[in-house]
Design a protein around this ligand. Structure first.
Ligand code: 13P
Ligand code: SF4
Length: 329
């Protein structure tokens, strides 16, 4: 926020006659920049991005790109991961306040104390965590490789899984392990209403429920398919079914409708009055902020070298394992 205030983005008026799509394309060329976006970004940002993916795909793309500037249309931990992997590149995030409730649910000082109580445990952390937590971890995982990463370890290996108790619980169930779970969760994925989804399934008897593993167990128990955002997209594209109820952040429906225009996608209903299942952090980024951040090259992700190196080790381990297992984009 400090950097954002310095630049004074909030006060800058953009000429309304500017075609921001065109301007962003020009800035990409001028600055040798790549725009990486997550599926939860608003449709305009997805449409202007060079690559859209899940957390694993985005991390892999951040490693393979030869662009000099990475503009990350996602949340802070994603841009931070790109910087950890690319210390010599400029990594920008359109709004530095685009955080993550799941990452915030695991403060490093509390996690360090928890870890110290279980010295014989190996730590696997979901990528939705801060660089501080990554530095306290042995292996990072994402929702697309968590199960295989856990299964790659000996059965009797004691494991702490952080920070998402829902993903951890789901992997425990799938693998028969008994990982010790940090009590964290995502505010967006915990909001889906089991009762409303059940009613919706009755109204659309042929519809399949597809869900992200960050959802609560009771919602996952209703699902026909569970996977990362990219896995949900691939399933929705290939499956013969016509109608899908989608239990993840609503931004993904844009891509689903693009890749399968003749199918019907219904956002799973949340348990709140405004019927909204947008991630407020992801949606802090806008096309205007993306344009301004590319133009002024701010706000930039910066980090001290000690933190970066400690966080890089478990990410590298994940990337190596994913390559061995043939996972990713
Ligand atoms: P994936 O896109 O890796 O499935 O993660 C979803 C998410 O929670 C991003 O915040
Ligand atoms: Fe974090 Fe949840 Fe938003 Fe993903 S959807 S960025 S896990 S708060």
């Amino acid at each position: 926020m400090e950097q954002l205030d310095k630049v004074g983005f909030l006060d800058i008026q953009i000429d309304p006659s500017l075609d921001l799509f065109e301007e962003i394309e020009l800035l990409k060329k001028e600055k040798n920049a790549i725009v990486l976006a997550h599926y939860y970004q608003e449709p305009d940002i997805q449409d202007v991005a060079d690559y859209i993916g899940d957390s694993l795909g985005l991390a892999q793309k951040a490693v393979s790109t030869d662009a000099e500037m990475i503009v990350f249309a996602g949340v802070h931990f994603m841009a931070e991961t790109a910087k950890i992997l690319n210390p010599d590149k400029k990594v920008l995030l359109p709004d530095l306040k685009a955080g993550c409730s799941l990452s915030d649910s695991c403060p490093p000082h509390l996690f360090k104390a928890f870890k110290e109580k279980h010295p014989d445990h190996l730590v696997i952390s979901y990528i939705n965590c801060s660089a501080g937590i990554k530095g306290l971890s042995d292996i990072i995982c994402t929702s697309s490789n968590a199960q295989l990463i856990v299964e790659s370890l000996p059965k009797d290996q004691k494991i702490i899984f952080a920070p998402d108790k829902n993903l951890g619980g789901y992997i425990n169930k799938k693998t028969g392990r008994d990982m010790l779970l940090w009590n964290g969760a995502c505010m967006v994925h915990e909001i889906f209403s089991h009762e409303k989804i059940t009613k919706l399934k009755h109204r659309h008897p042929g519809a399949k429920l597809i869900a992200h593993p960050e959802c609560e167990e009771i919602v996952l128990s209703l699902a026909d398919f569970i996977g990362s955002t990219t896995q949900l997209l691939k399933y929705a594209e290939k499956d013969k079914n016509q109608t899908f109820i989608v239990a993840t952040e609503a931004g993904i429906l844009h891509k689903m409708q693009q890749i399968a225009p003749n199918k019907t996608f219904i956002a799973a209903p949340p348990d709140n009055a405004c019927a909204c299942n947008d991630c407020p952090h992801m949606k802090r980024n806008t096309l205007e902020k993306l344009y301004l951040c590319m133009k002024y090259e701010q706000p930039e992700i910066l980090m001290d070298e000690e933190t970066r190196l400690a966080a890089k080790k478990p990410i590298d381990r994940m990337l190596e394992l994913s390559a061995q297992l043939g996972l990713g984009s």
